[in-house]
Ligand binder design. Sequence first.
Ligand SMILES: Cc1cc2nc3c(=O)[nH]c(=O)nc-3n(C[C@H](O)[C@H](O)[C@H](O)COP(=O)(O)O)c2cc1C
Length: 529
Amino acid sequence: MAYTDLRDWINALHTAGELKRITQQVDPVLEMAEIADRAAKLGKGTAKAGGPALLFENVKGYPGARVLMNQFGSERRMKLALETNSLDDIADRIRTLIRPETPTSFMDKLKMLPKLAEVGSFFPKVISAKEAPCKQVIRRGADVNLLDLPILKTWPQDGGRFITLPCVVTRDPNSGKRNVGMYRMQVYDGQTTGMHWQRQKVAAEHMRERLRATTPDLAGNVDLMAITSGGTATAASLDTLNTTTLTKIRGDRMEVAVAIGTDPATTFSAIVPAPPDVEEYLIAGFLRQKPVELVKAETVDLEVPAHAEYILEGYVQLGELRSEGPFGDHTGFYTMQDDYPVFHVTCITHRKDPVYAATIVGKPPMEDAWMGKAVERIFLPLMQLTLPEIVDVNLPPEGVFHNLMIVSIKKSYAGHARKVMNGIWAMGQAMFTKCIIVVDEDCDVQDLAEVTLRTTNNIDPERDIQFTLGPIDSLDHASRLPNYGSKMGIDATRKWPAEGFNRPWPPMLTMDAEVKSRVDALWKKLGIE
Ligand SMILES: Cc1cc2nc3c(=O)[nH]c(=O)nc-3n(C[C@H](O)[C@H](O)[C@H](O)COP(=O)(O)O)c2cc1C
């Protein structure tokens, strides 16, 4: 049965022995982060990696507040969150959805009906404000104060406190479709925060679309993105635009709502790199196999998760940028200051006794490593839809999602590995992948020792490494320019004569099966183990 909300999920964590309540007083400034970091790293590298979820019940400076951390912080909990015994089962459900067998008989067609009905049941449902727990308390105008929330500072050199697990809801001005993305928010004061949607993310595109509509004359001569989402332009360089244009841009506002503390499938759906046209609310409905219940926001034209603990409502003004960061990031380094849009909070609704949800990112493995692993498993069928030769994929947590992807393929023709690299760089957020290693199908990509052995043995570096240029993750601190730089693909497959390789390729070592079974029979008697 789907979890109704965060507290239902907390109860399930408790029942499963996965929750540790912390009753000692702990400071949301750095202390909680340090505790969560240590918990996340418990059992590192073992099958039991990832300590318990943490419910802080005595938060320094916030009497009565509760904060949930590390809710997704192990493979066990990630599966519990998505109510599955195996993340591959979710991938299989996606496979049946996207590749249904063509029905040949009438009976087969009838058998498909429940599947279609199942899909229909994933669509979100809007309920009335009266039924929506997220509206138990409504604060507007002068009553809005973000500083009342137990928001964490996670690393010593952070620019301040950051909301780290927000589900940010925006609407595509053209299609009307809603997007939910997880973009961190630096708290500037009681009513404003940063809005760290990186330039290639869906909400940033929603903003650009508004800008294109407001100021069509800008399209040809200004880097629209620079004005809307940081990067190369700065707040100061904006002022070089002529006053009429600037006034026109700044006259437009984009409505934004943010849910904090939702059921786990909804929170998880916010990080899923879904195609822009697929609403995350639908993905969450698919994952929990029950519609997400939404409610109309109080002051903006957006629907928000009705069972959330907190909803922040407000707007981002086009053409307004402010310095954001530094922030201790999931790369293991600080992301330095950069200009990003500003979120003005005009209304906060919340439960009577809200539970605040947070995470800390940092040197892997952290909570987000498990979320990333779930994305890797669930997205495999979707990658295979475009690149059917892909057998398996591994995004090792130390590669922080975008730095390293290892992929095995059924190689069928000369240059096939390079075709796959280019395909991956052309696929949604996989465009950020800095290094791709392609191996043959008989290499287990989850076995990093095997991958290292194959890769280093199989390559002639000058011949097998391919460089290309393109968009780079905003968190990359090494690229020559922010957001733009080089990527590397390593073709570690066996080389073929058709690829100009005319030496004999040696077989890999394996023992004869017959010898193995003779030794199996002897092994215990030998007393070696
Ligand atoms: C804990 C966590 C924090 C994240 N913070 C950011 C962020 O600040 N900015 C950003 O652009 N992406 C961030 N991401 C990644 C996005 O959530 C992810 O790319 C997602 O697919 C974006 O949604 P969209 O495709 O709807 O834009 C974060 C992911 C996680 C797990």
